[in-house]
Ligand binder design. Structure first.
Ligand SMILES: Cc1ncc(COP(=O)(O)O)c(C=O)c1O
Length: 416
């Protein structure tokens, strides 16, 4: 069966690989500020003429700067949802503040009722995540925030191009941020963007961002190598004997030799801040990101089409495919399934890698207490954590891949 790989450089097409190679061979372009401002301008204009954008080297750097601009400091709390990535909790801790975890509803987004219940005088702002590319109830959350006089930050790391009530995600909060990480909506391996229409915030953020350092050259080289090396790793990922494949070995060796970076550094899993965050977005990554940004609508159209196919093909099975959500871009299709781990292993044996967001309440945290999560505080998130299967919808897939994923799910079901 043709491999399906949800998280292995899922947005990289041939032209992206060639572009990485071209940029790699043009070191004078690596820190070209014009490439960054071109990308910022194009990005901002997608949201409307009142918007301004500021690029940084990751979504977590964007969040870190936004919290600084909002003057979040020691003793403050920032409300975020449980079922999230540690890259959302950490920038709060790195600003010496604390996350207040809010439970989720059945769309795996923030539960508005639980937010209202948990808000107290120490909470300064709420970060609204649109999980899996599915819009959260952001207008309702903004109403609650207004009542309590706190700011709203939209986390569009996994939802760029989505809409809520016909309006683009990223335009509901005071400030929003985006990620161009390797398995996000569009990718430049690492990268992030801040978006706002508030002039005061923009001025503060511009100053903060302009004072950042560029990331080291060696880091830029590693990111440019990522699409190139993965063009060898991906086709050989399942080529070999049992667990030992050529692609896995290449990946392991490249990471050990530090030719490739992981998406989350080891110390981040313990709440610690790597030097690298926050940094400017280097021109090299702005070139890759802008190239991918031009494909945004095409990519999301494909994702929505694949979601529709899953919906039809899974009818009559016990897999409950979520539906009826206006404006979702379905970065992945989440399915609540108690035996998700077993199914992921079963599919892997048929060369299909499914996703496991979110296998923990905050993933990939080593110790939830260290990042401020109190066990029992978000029961719905705890129930879903480790029991969600993510079906792939990445743009490089074909309809036949969706058919293969569904047939493996049906095969698993028939053995039960
Ligand atoms: C929901 C969410 N927000 C923010 C981030 C941070 O983005 P980045 O990886 O670009 O720092 C992530 C990253 O994985 C994420 O999943």
């Amino acid at each position: 069966m043709k491999p399906v790989v949800i998280s292995i450089s899922p947005n990289t097409e041939k032209d992206d690989i060639l572009l990485s190679l071209r940029v790699l061979l043009s070191p004078w372009k690596w820190f070209d500020e014009k490439a960054v401002s071109d990308f910022e301008n194009k990005f901002a204009s997608y949201f409307g003429k009142n918007y301004k954008a500021l690029a940084v080297n990751s979504g977590r750097s964007a969040e870190f700067l936004i919290l600084k601009a909002m003057d979040i400091r020691k003793g403050d709390f920032v409300a975020i949802q449980a079922l999230t990535c540690i890259a959302v909790s950490n920038p709060i801790l790195w600003n010496d503040a604390l996350p207040l975890y809010v439970d989720v509803d059945d769309s795996y987004n923030m539960d508005v009722g639980d937010l209202e219940k948990k808000l107290n005088g120490d909470v300064r702002c709420v970060i609204v995540q649109h999980s899996f590319g599915v819009p959260a109830k952001v207008e309702e959350i903004a109403r609650v925030a207004k009542k309590h006089n706190i700011s709203v930050i939209e986390d569009c790391a996994v939802s760029m191009g989505g809409k809520y009530n016909g309006k683009k995600l990223g335009t509901f909060g005071d400030i929003s941020f985006f990620s161009f990480g390797r398995d996000k909506v569009i990718s430049s391996v690492f990268g992030g963007m801040i978006l706002t229409s508030n002039q005061n915030y923009y001025k503060k953020l511009r100053l903060l961002r302009d004072n950042l350092a560029e990331p080291p050259k060696s880091w830029v080289i590693r990111q440019l190598l990522h699409p190139i090396l993965f063009s060898f790793i991906k086709p050989s990922y399942f080529l070999g004997f049992r667990k030992y494949s050529i692609g896995k070995m290449l990946l392991f060796v490249s990471q050990k030799l530090r030719i490739l970076d992981k998406a989350v550094y080891e110390k981040e899993k313990r709440g610690k801040k790597p030097e690298l965050f926050p940094s400017k977005m280097p021109g090299a990554l702005a070139v890759l990101a802008l190239h991918q940004f031009n494909k945004l609508d095409k990519f999301n159209k494909r994702r929505i089409g694949f979601h529709n196919s899953y919906l039809k093909m899974l009818e009559g099975t016990n897999f409950r495919c979520p539906s009826g959500v206006e404006g979702a871009i379905w970065l992945r299709v989440p399915i609540h399934e108690l035996k998700s781990k077993e199914i992921i292993e079963f599919a892997k044996r048929q060369n299909i890698l499914l996703g496991d967001w979110y296998n923990k309440v905050v993933t990939p945290a080593l110790d939830l207490e260290v990042i401020g999560y109190r066990k029992g505080s978000c029961p719905a998130a705890e129930m879903y954590a480790g029991c969600l299967l993510n079906l792939p919808t990445y743009p490089l897939m074909e309809n036949s891949d969706v058919e293969n994923v569904v047939s493996v799910l049906k095969l698993w079901e028939s053995t039960k």
